[in-house]
Design a binder for this molecule. Structure first.
Ligand code: SAM
Length: 239
C-alpha cells in the first residue's frame, strides 16, 4: 500500500498562522517536499515549518522552472511527481508544503492530479491553510466581503486586463501576484476610478511587510516583491 499524500497549507508567512492540524501531521510525517524556484533552492514554506520538523526528517526541494514553456514545465512536473511517487511507494506518508492554502493557486493542485494518475486510489489528505489574501486583509483590517457582497480573486498576468470586467460584477476584487505588471495594474486601477479604493499589501507577516493605502506612494514602488497583492473595494477602503 502506498503512503498518504498530505497537502499542507502553511499560511502566507507568519509561522503562528500554521494550523494545529498541520503541526500535528508535520510531527508524525516521514518525508517532506517543498516547492522552490529552479533559480535557487530557498523555500519559504520550509522556513515557516522548520521548528516543527524532527531534526532527521528528509526535506526535499522540488524545483519548478519559472517558465510558460509547456514542454519544459511538463518535464519538470513529471520528474517532480516521480520523486514523490518513489517515497509513497515505500509505504511512507509524505507532506507537500504549500504557502497559504494548498487548493488556492498552488502547485499542490498539479502535483495531486499527477500523483492520482500515477497511483490510482492513493490516499490524499489536504490540510487547509490561511490564504495570503485573508492574512493581508487581517493585517490591514480591511473587510474582504460582507452582507450580500460579491468577491472576485484574480491571479497572474491577466490581472490588469481583467480588473475592469471584475469590478463590473463584484464589490471586492483581490489581485494576486501584483509584482511584475505592477505599473500596468496601477494604471488600470486609476482608469477605473478606483485609486482611492485600493490597498496594497506586500510580504504580509514577514520582514519587509508593506501595507499601503496611499495610491501616490504605491506609484513610487518600483518593482514590488513577488509576495504582493492588492485589495480593491468599490465601496472604499476604511482608514
Ligand atoms: C502562487 S500564489 C500562492 C497563493 C497561496 N496558495 C494562497 O493560498 O494564498 C503566490 C501569490 O500569493 C500572494 N502571497 C503569498 N504570500 C503572501 C504574503 N506573505 N504577502 C502578500 N502576498 C502573498 C502573492 O500575491 C503571491 O504572488
Amino acid at each position: 500500500m502506498p503512503g498518504t499524500l498530505y497537502g499542507i497549507g502553511v499560511g502566507p508567512g507568519d509561522p503562528e498562522l500554521l494550523t494545529l492540524k498541520a503541526v500535528k501531521v508535520l510531527k508524525e510525517i516521514s518525508h517532506v517536499f517543498a516547492a522552490s524556484s529552479s533559480k535557487n533552492d530557498y523555500s519559504l514554506a520550509r522556513d515557516i515549518v522548520k521548528s516543527h520538523l524532527a531534526p532527521d526528517i528528509p526535506v526535499d526541494q522540488l524545483a519548478f522552472p519559472m517558465t510558460f514553456d509547456p514542454d519544459h514545465l511538463e518535464d519538470a512536473w513529471r520528474a517532480n511527481c516521480e520523486k514523490v511517487v518513489e517515497i509513497l511507494q515505500q509505504g511512507k506518508n509524505v507532506a507537500f508544503l504549500t504557502l497559504g492554502d494548498p487548493l488556492t493557486f498552488s502547485t499542490f493542485i498539479y502535483l495531486m492530479r499527477k500523483i492520482r494518475l500515477r497511483l490510482p486510489g492513493v490516499n490524499v489528505t489536504t490540510i487547509p491553510g490561511v490564504t495570503s489574501f485573508q492574512a493581508a486583509a487581517a493585517c490591514a483590517n480591511v473587510p474582504l466581503a460582507e452582507g450580500e457582497e460579491v468577491i472576485t480573486i484574480i491571479s497572474g498576468a491577466k490581472g490588469q486586463t481583467r480588473l475592469r470586467e471584475a469590478v463590473e460584477f463584484s464589490d471586492n476584487v483581490i489581485l494576486m501576484k501584483t509584482y511584475k505588471q505592477f505599473p500596468q495594474i496601477l494604471a488600470q486601477i486609476e482608469e477605473a476610478g478606483l485609486k482611492d479604493r485600493c490597498c496594497f499589501i506586500s510580504r504580509c507577516g514577514l520582514e519587509g511587510e508593506i501595507v499601503e493605502r496611499d495610491f501616490a506612494k504605491m506609484l513610487e514602488l518600483q518593482q514590488p516583491n513577488y509576495l504582493s497583492l492588492m485589495i480593491v473595494k468599490k465601496r472604499g477602503i476604511e482608514p
